[in-house]
Write a protein that binds this ligand. Structure first.
Ligand code: BES
Ligand code: MN
Ligand code: ZN
Length: 539
C-alpha cells in the first residue's frame, strides 16, 4: 500500500502577518501519505499508550525492528507514561534517522490535553536534541482507538491537537537577540504522516485550525514578552489597529481627552503618574447578526506595574511588564475570533496605562470618581488593576452584552491560593462560570471557582467614599475582595472575572509552554466563543 507522496504545504500566514508573528508559526507544516518505514525524516515521532506491550501499528513496526521497542517496554526504559520520551537511533529498515516514542498515559484516562502535552514534549525534546526536521505519525482510529475516544469526547481532533501542542512548545521570543544567535538549532520542518490519501482533506483543515489556535496564543505571548519600553499603551493600540485592518474588525482607541469626557476618573487616576499617555482600546468582531448582543472581553492592560506611590519591592519587579497579560489575551482572542470567522459578536476592551510613581501620581487616600459615578478611595496605589477595570466594566454596559468576561493579573493572593496550576474564576452567574470551567478542562487552561459573598462586598465599602480599592485590614481573601470590588462596577451585567496572575507567566517550562508568557486564556475563550456561536445557530 504505497501511497503517492502528496505534499500539502500549508501556510496560513499572509505576508503582512509575518511581521508580527512569532518564529514558531513560520514553521512550515506538511502533510504526507507514505509508509512509516519509507518516510525520510530526522526524527519520526510515535505516540504510545501506557501498556505492557506495544500494540497496533507499533507492534508491526517493532517486528520489523527486531523487537527493540518491545524490549524498551520490557526493561522499563519506556512505559508510555504521559510525557515520557525515548529517542532511538535506528539504521534499518526505517528510513528515518531517529525514532522517538512519546507516552500519552493510560488509554482510559486519555484526554485532548494529554495528547497536546505529549506532542509539545516530543517536539521540544527533538529540538533540544538538535533535530531540525520532525514528523509525527498520525495513526487512524483503527490503530489508536483509545486515543481517538479520549480526545473525541472533547470534540477536538487528533491532528489539530498535535499541531497545537507542538507549535506552542516550539515558541521562542528572541526579537531582541542578534539575528543569527541561538537560532541555528530550531525545528524547521514539521510533517504529519498519515495512512491514506482519503484523510488528507480532513487532516488539512484540522492542521489549519491547530495553527490558527497556536498563532493566536503566540501573538498574545509576544505582546506580553515585550518589555514595557516597547509595549506601551500606544504600542498595544497600534497592534489592535493592525489586527483590525488585517482581519476586518473595527478598532477605536480613546485618547486621554476622550476618557476625561466620559468621566473615566479611575483609569485616568492610575495614568496620572506616567509620562506615557493611556489608551482605551476597543476592538470589535462583527461575527453575528447585527443586533445580537456581544460577548465583551475586558483585559487589564497595565503595561508596567511599579506599584505607584505604594511602590513594589525591587525583587522580580521586571516581571511586572506582564501586567497587561489580560489585555494581550483579549487582543489575541479577538484576532483569532475574526481569523476563525466565529459567528458571534465579540468586543475586546483594554484599558491600558502604566502604573508609576511621580510628583503627579495618585496618592494613598486620594479619592477618584469613576465613570459609573461611584467614588473610590485609593488606599493602596498598587491595587491599580481594579481601578482601570472599573471604568472598562462600566463602558462594557454600553453594549448591553450577553456576558462580560474580564481577565486580569489582579492579585498575588491568587498564587497563594492556587499556585500556577489554575486561574481563579469568580462572578455573578454560575452558569457562565461552569461553562468557562468546562472549556478550560478541554483546553488545558484550568479555572477554579472561589466564592463571592456579601461579606466580601462589604469589606470594600469605604467610610468616606462609595468604595475603597483594598479591603479593611485583616479581611484576607485578597483575590475575592479584588473581585468584590469589580462586582460593584459590573452591576447588572452577567459577568465573571478570571484572575490570571498565577498562570499568565511561567518561571518553569511546561509541556507546551516555554518559560515566560503563557498566553493563558486565549484557547479557552475561543472555545467558549465557538460554543456561544453554536448556541446562536441552534436557537
Ligand atoms: N499586578 C499585581 C498583581 C500580580 C502579582 C500580578 C504577582 C502578577 C504576579 C497587582 O496590581 C497588585 O499589585 N496587586 C496587589 C493588590 C494589593 C495591593 C491589594 C497584590 O497582589 O499585592
Ligand atoms: Mn499593582
Ligand atoms: Zn497590577
Amino acid at each position: 500500500m504505497i501511497e503517492s507522496d502528496l505534499i500539502y504545504k500549508l501556510s496560513s500566514c499572509t505576508s503582512n502577518a509575518i511581521n508580527y508573528l512569532a518564529v514558531t508559526i513560520m514553521i512550515k507544516t506538511t502533510i504526507k501519505t507514505e509508509r512509516l518505514l519509507a518516510h525520510k525524516t530526522e526524527c519520526l515521532i510515535l505516540f504510545c499508550l501506557e501498556e505492557k506491550n506495544p500494540s497496533g501499528k507499533l507492534a508491526d513496526l517493532d517486528k520489523k525492528l527486531k523487537g527493540i521497542i518491545g524490549v524498551s517496554f520490557k526493561n522499563k526504559r519506556f512505559e508510555g507514561k504521559l510525557n515520557q520520551t525515548l529517542l532511538m537511533n535506528i539504521p534499518k529498515p526505517i528510513r528515518a534517522d531517529n525514532l522517538m516514542l512519546v507516552g500519552v498515559g493510560k488509554g482510559q484516562e486519555m484526554t485532548a490535553d494529554k495528547l497536546r502535552q505529549a506532542a509539545g514534549t516530543a517536539a521540544r525534546y527533538a529540538e533540544k536534541s538538535n533535530l531540525k526536521a520532525i514528523s509525527f505519525y498520525i495513526p487512524t482510529d483503527k490503530f489508536a482507538k483509545e486515543i481517538y475516544d479520549g480526545i473525541g469526547k472533547s470534540g477536538e481532533s487528533f491532528a489539530q491537537t498535535v499541531v497545537e501542542g507542538s507549535l506552542l512548545s516550539l515558541y521562542h521570543f528572541d526579537d531582541y537577540k542578534k539575528p543569527e544567535k541561538d537560532k541555528s538549532n530550531r525545528v524547521k520542518q514539521f510533517t504529519l504522516l498519515i495512512d491514506a490519501k482519503s484523510r488528507i482533506t480532513p487532516v488539512r483543515s484540522e492542521v489549519l485550525r491547530g495553527r490558527k489556535l497556536a498563532e493566536a496564543v503566540c501573538v498574545s505571548r509576544d505582546l506580553i514578552s515585550h518589555p514595557s519600553n516597547t509595549a506601551t499603551p500606544s504600542y498595544l493600540a497600534g497592534k489592535a489597529r493592525e489586527f483590525a485592518k488585517s482581519f476586518g474588525m473595527t478598532c477605536k482607541v480613546l485618547a486621554p481627552r476622550d476618557m476625561a469626557r466620559l468621566g473615566m476618573g479611575a483609569l485616568l487616576g492610575v495614568a496620572k503618574g506616567s509620562q506615557e499617555p493611556p489608551a482605551f482600546i476597543i476592538l470589535e468582531h462583527h461575527g453575528g447578526d447585527k443586533n445580537d448582543p456581544p460577548v465583551v472581553i475586558v483585559g487589564k492592560g497595565i503595561t508596567f506595574d511599579t506599584g505607584g506611590i505604594s511602590l513594589k519591592p525591587p525583587a522580580n519587579m521586571d516581571e511586572m511588564k506582564m501586567d497587561m497579560s489580560g489585555g494581550s489575551v483579549a487582543l489575541g482572542t479577538l484576532r483569532a475570533a475574526s481569523a476563525l470567522k466565529i459567528r458571534q459578536n465579540v468586543v475586546g476592551l483594554v484599558p491600558a496605562t502604566e502604573n508609576m510613581p511621580s510628583g503627579n501620581a495618585v496618592k494613598p487616600g486620594d479619592i477618584l470618581k469613576s465613570m459609573s459615578g461611584k467614588t473610590i478611595e485609593v488606599l493602596n496605589t498598587d491595587a491599580e488593576g481594579r481601578l482601570v477595570l472599573a471604568d472598562a466594566l462600566t463602558y462594557a454596559a454600553r453594549y448591553r452584552p450577553k456576558v462580560v468576561i474580564d481577565l486580569a493579573t489582579l492579585t498575588g493572593a491568587v498564587i497563594v491560593a492556587l499556585g500556577h496550576q489554575a486561574a481563579a474564576i469568580l462572578g455573578n452567574n454560575d452558569k457562565l462560570i461552569n461553562r468557562l470551567q468546562q472549556c478550560g478542562e478541554v483546553t488545558g487552561e484550568r479555572l477554579w471557582p472561589l466564592p463571592l459573598w456579601p461579606e466580601h462586598e462589604k469589606a470594600v465599602k469605604s467610610d468616606i467614599a462609595d468604595l475603597k480599592n483594598i479591603a479593611s485590614p485583616g479581611t484576607g481573601a485578597g483575590t475575592i475582595t479584588g473581585a468584590a470590588f469589580l462586582k460593584a462596577f459590573a452591576e447588572e451585567q452577567s459577568w465573571c472575572h478570571l484572575d490570571i496572575a498565577g498562570t499568565s507567566w511561567s518561571s518553569e517550562e511546561k509541556p507546551y509552554t516555554p518559560k515566560g508568557a503563557s498566553g493563558f486564556g486565549v484557547r479557552l475563550l475561543i472555545r467558549y466563543l465557538e460554543q456561544e456561536a453554536k448556541d446562536n445557530q441552534s436557537s
